[in-house]
Design a protein around this ligand. Sequence first.
Ligand SMILES: [Zn+2]
Length: 72
Amino acid sequence: MDKFIKFSELKCPKCDYKKLIEMPTNYCQWFYECTACKELLKPLDGDCCVFCSYGSVPCPPIQINGSCISCK
Ligand SMILES: [Zn+2]
């Protein structure tokens, strides 16, 4: 179960604030509110979650399966 990275450094595209966040492994996180500027982040087109769009590491399903089935 621990063959993936759990923490992703999420970078806000608006204010560049970075925060290390533990990713949920049983679902995909669609929304994230930046703790610095309160911008509500949503995934970019083609990405399944905010971690794939803005994180330093893709979400666990991508790391394990190479794709994300759970969130389509
Ligand atoms: Zn921000």
